[in-house]
Ligand binder design. Structure first.
Ligand SMILES: [Zn+2]
Length: 308
């Protein structure tokens, strides 16, 4: 799909370690990603009558670990599964849940899964044996329920609001807000990683950097007390602010560099070293170029947006 390998194509095996689960707020448990590429932060929200799993891990074996943990944390509860977005490490374990849980997506997530799921399997299979092993036995499945804009799940003592906020990182981005205090952001927010811009034209062009910044502003305004990023450490609202600052900086710096440079290569040559030093210590700098390329290709749509 893309001739450049996105991050996560090598290194540690992308397996979920459920023994590290921690309770980040009353009834809200997170299995941390350990900063391993292609492992997401996974949430399990446990109420008195129901429990919601947020993201599956990649492939049926990881999903099996997650469902076992959910059963342990929430015995005899009705189980639900939703995903922050369709990307493989977040949703390509849903097959393990369809018989045991109510699976719930927004319509754009399902549409995106149908349009691009197969191509992403092929893309990820090319990332080497550790990734390929986790994709063994993979089947893509549809959810039981879809919703348009927002949905609420009452877990008994905990209320969860799902909201479709894409297109931003993907078309179907969804936030999961628990009791108005804990916010699962998926890959809209990463902690200490360069933002993932899955911009692979012409195959995948659903990302919208301008809307992504606006969405992060809206999420920041919610003032959640706990923020769970897609990847990286759980934190507070400053996680959202940092993600917004970075993407805004890439936008502004790219547009600025375009007044001095014609070609995208020259713009990349100007912006990349600055991004590396300004955000020194962040992981996965490979994604800088994808972000710059997106804003380079969509600088005019920003101008149009401003003029409206
Ligand atoms: Zn993603």
């Amino acid at each position: 799909m893309a001739d450049t390998r996105p991050p996560g194509s090598s290194g540690a095996r992308p397996s979920v370690d459920t023994s590290l689960v921690t309770e980040v707020a009353d009834g809200v448990h997170v299995v941390p990603d350990r900063r391993i590429n292609l492992v997401p932060n996974i949430g399990i929200v446990v109420g008195e009558t129901g429990a919601l799993v947020v993201d599956t891990g990649m492939g049926p074996r990881n999903a099996e670990q997650v469902i076992e943990l959910a059963r342990k944390l929430a015995p005899r509860r009705r189980l639900y599964l939703t995903i922050t977005h369709f990307h493989p490490e977040h949703g390509f374990g849903a097959q393990r849940f369809v018989d045991d849980a109510v699976v719930l997506y927004n319509v754009d997530q399902l549409d995106e899964l149908h349009r691009k799921g197969g191509a992403y399997i092929e893309l990820f299979r090319g990332f080497g044996p550790t990734v390929e092993a986790e994709l063994e036995g993979l089947e893509l499945v549809d959810p039981h329920i879809t919703y348009e804009k927002a949905a609420t799940i009452d877990l008994g003592g905990h209320r969860v609001r799902l909201e479709h906020v894409g297109p931003a990182h993907t078309a179907g981005d969804q936030t999961i807000l628990v009791d108005d205090t804990v916010l699962f952001c998926g890959d809209l927010v990463e902690a200490g990683f360069y933002a993932i811009f899955p911009y692979f034209p012409p195959q995948d062009v659903d990302i919208d950097g301008h809307r992504w910044i606006d969405t992060l502003q809206r999420l920041e305004n919610l003032e959640p007390s706990v923020v769970v990023p897609g990847h990286g450490e759980v934190g507070h609202v400053e996680r959202i602010a940092a993600a917004k600052e970075y993407i805004g900086w890439v936008r502004d710096r790219t547009i600025q560099a375009m007044s001095a440079h014609e070609s995208v290569e020259d713009v990349l040559g100007a912006v990349r070293p600055e991004a590396l030093s300004r955000y020194a210590g962040w992981d996965n700098p490979e994604w800088i170029d994808y972000g710059v390329r997106w804003f380079y290709d969509h600088a005019e749509s920003r101008a149009a947006q401003r003029d409206r």
